[in-house]
Ligand binder design. Sequence first.
Ligand code: AQP
Length: 353
Amino acid sequence: MKQFQPLVFSGVQPTGNLHLGNYLGAIRKFVALQDKNDCIYCVVDMHALTAQLVHEDLKEQTRSIAAAFIASGIDPKKHIVFNQSAVPGHAELAWIFNCVARIGWMNRMTQFKDKAGKDAEKASLGLYAYPSLMAADILLYRATHVPVGDDQKQHLELTRDIAQKFNLDFADHIRKSGEGVDIKVGDEPVHAYFPMVEALIDGPAPRVMSLRDGTKKMSKSDPSDLSRINLMDDADAISKKIKKAKTDPEGLPGETDGLAGRPEADNLVGIYAALADTSKADVLKEFGGQQFSAFKPALADLAVTVLAPIHAEMRRLMDATDHIDAILKDGGERARARADVTLKQVRDIVGFL
Ligand code: AQP
């Protein structure tokens, strides 16, 4: 019986300095998945235009994300690393998905509401349609698994909705094309062209929060640099930011229940657990009962140990522009070859002559 080939796909926007949230929520998972999976990792430069049209240096930012992927350990020979705009199929499939997706679905997207702010009328149409392009990014390769941070969960659900509607609306055409796969959605058998993607959002820090406010996501666009640890921060900056991180007056609890209602403490313990590749419960076994004055230096040391080699390699790669460009060009060609197969079949299914 025909099945979807397992394939991991994910992307990162070249919209500023990568931070610890991007690393723990996404890039580190990309690295872990590459041993046992076929993976495609994309610098989503077309998405970068959605919230801000003109960038100081989008090309340089694009290279820096590719450098971060490689410095973190992604093997661009074994897998594909490329920038989205190198494969025109992303835009073409996104158009078809714009016609599949319903306005009501888009209106529910919380990221649009957050990013558009109070004056949504002035937001770009691109920002509104962002999730449709994201669905196209993933489904252009008929990817089955998507490692992302928790903030992308809703967009992944929308990707499944788009795939499901496409599969049902074009069911007869898919059958005729001979390219469909029999799957089950819940208990329902469906003859699908696009798989139901699975979001990989696990680990102790699926949503890393701001160091200044434990209720806000750590984000590139936060005006306060003290709110995040950037991958390009040196050891001194990392230690300073962790030292200044907001906490509450209590010490660390012995068990995870004691983190409830303490967002800053929960965040720092989660970061430690993720960096040490352990659980929050194990971190609290070690540090429970101690004050933040003892925990913060240990966290800073750990963060520096993990991030310093990545930082150094990123710096080296950022000076080797030709090397990064060659990796992206090669990845773009390989991605395009795969995308063209899907596009040819989708055009046939949709009925384009
Ligand atoms: N705070 C976070 N915790 C865990 N994961 C996160 N990600 C982002 N922030 C966190 C994950 O990083 C991947 C790439 O994100 P992106 O750059 O494509 O978009 P984003 O989610 O919009 O990232 P930022 O940093 O918040 O940027 P701005 O400020 O520009 O909006 C995704 O997998 C995301 O889940």
